[in-house]
Design a protein around this ligand. Structure first.
Ligand SMILES: Cc1cc2nc3c(=O)[nH]c(=O)nc-3n(C[C@H](O)[C@H](O)[C@H](O)COP(=O)(O)OP(=O)(O)OC[C@H]3O[C@@H](n4cnc5c(N)ncnc54)[C@H](O)[C@@H]3O)c2cc1C
Length: 367
């Protein structure tokens, strides 16, 4: 069997790794660059139990455990570590209310109050998401998978099934096709009966903080001097950088992933926020000012499974804010589904693409 995986983000590369580990030939087709989108520009924060009470809980628990296993099993260093996680409040530039601090983390301004421990090394961890994605692709290649540069421009049908895809106009044959193009998976609604996937834009900064920041992830609720509330997330990494995200905006997804660019106003606002939150961030060089789109579905749950009515067609996307966390268990489950006809370890029923109404291709507006 030869499986064609459209998209070299964390989901596509994880599926390739688990297929290759089971001896199945996989080819990842990536139009811009492995991890060029959200999989390279996101937080990389992992939590074992933050999806409890949602259908995502078993996927998240399995995936959190798989992240630890992969860090032991797979060659390479992608900054995996367990860490403490805190939550707090800040009232920046407002002389009014001060919050009570229960923890002194040492790298925040005086008016930032750390009120809660949200996770411990037993329940929270992190990876550098881009390095993790690239390591999954390299590990898959070491087991026989291939990376094929090129843009998927169509899907080739053979009766009720698929026989391959079109890459920049050329036919590439395969026995199964997996759509894993993140928010660009909406393009596949032209070719297959699939529900829509939307892209939500988020901005982030990467600071060179060296060893001045300990291994502590932080989630804050901040009131700006204007009164607006922002919820930044701060993740110091093993490579001496600190990643901060926090400002979303509603711009349309560009059809070409290479054209995703940060909005200067959002970046300036995030920079001002960071400078107010922490003297360490205020004094550190900014290495990256960036934006990316997370893939979301109408009901907030991912689409992981077979495309109804089309033999050999599958989709794995819509992981929203937990794509890095849930990539390993998604890869494992997709490999089981494609090879054995059913996922054994995690029940994929809540993520069945057939639960949502397919998009009418006539309503697809691509810019
Ligand atoms: C600001 C921000 C912070 C986040 N933080 C976290 C976090 O801390 N923890 C967590 O678990 N998740 C986090 N996420 C979510 C996570 O980043 C995403 O869910 C995940 O990266 C999605 O991966 P993907 O592989 O589905 O999509 P993507 O990373 O978008 O990859 C899709 C790939 O498909 C390629 N592609 C597109 N069109 C084509 C085509 N026609 N042909 C070939 N290739 C194509 C693209 O070039 C891209 O490489 C965050 C997201 C954002 C936006």
């Amino acid at each position: 069997m030869h499986v064609l995986i459209c998209g070299g983000g964390v989901i596509g590369c994880s599926i390739a790794y688990f297929l290759a580990r089971s001896g199945v030939k996989a080819t990842v087709i990536e139009g811009t660059g492995v991890a060029c989108a959200a999989s390279g520009k996101s937080g990389g924060f992992l939590a074992r139990d933050w999806c409890e009470g949602s259908p995502l809980a078993p996927l998240a628990r399995r995936s959190f455990d798989l992240h630890a296993q992969l860090a032991d099993e797979v060659a390479g260093d992608w900054g995996y570590r367990r860490l403490d996680t805190y939550g707090g409040f800040a009232n920046l530039g407002n002389p009014g209310r001060r919050f009570r601090s229960n923890y002194d983390l040492g790298w925040f301004a005086d008016d930032v109050a750390m009120s809660q421990a949200l996770g411990s090394p037993e329940t929270t961890a992190q990876v550098h998401p881009g390095q993790f994605t690239i390591a999954m692709m390299s590990a898959a290649e070491a087991l026989g998978a291939e990376l094929r540069p090129g843009r998927v421009t169509g899907l080739v049908r053979d009766g009720d099934g698929v026989s391959g895809v079109e890459v920049d106009g050329d036919f590439v044959a395969g026995d199964a096709v997996v759509i894993a193009m993140g928010p660009w998976s909406i393009l596949a609604a032209q070719w297959l009966p699939l529900p829509p996937v939307f892209g939500l834009k988020g901005h982030s900064l990467v600071f060179a903080t060296g060893d001045r920041v300990p291994a502590e992830a932080v989630f804050l609720e901040c009131r700006e001097p204007s009164g607006a509330v922002l919820t930044p997330e701060l993740f110091p990494r093993t490579d001496g950088t600190t990643y901060v995200c926090g400002i979303s905006s509603e711009e349309a997804l560009p059809i070409d992933p290479a054209r995703v660019a940060p909005d200067p106003g959002s970046i300036a606002r995030l920079e001002a926020l960071c400078a107010g939150l922490s003297p360490v961030l205020a004094g550190s060089k900014i290495l990256a000012r960036q934006a990316c789109y997370r893939p979301v579905t109408r009901d907030g749950l991912p689409l992981i499974g077979a495309v109804p009515g089309i033999a050999g067609a599958y989709i794995a996307t819509g992981h929203s804010v937990w794509g890095i966390l849930n990539a390993p268990a998604t890869g494992e489950a997709m490999a089981e589904l494609i090879i054995d006809g059913a996922a054994r370890i995690v029940d994929l029923a809540p993520f069945d693409p057939a639960r949502l109404r397919p998009l009418d291709p006539a309503r697809l507006r691509l810019s």
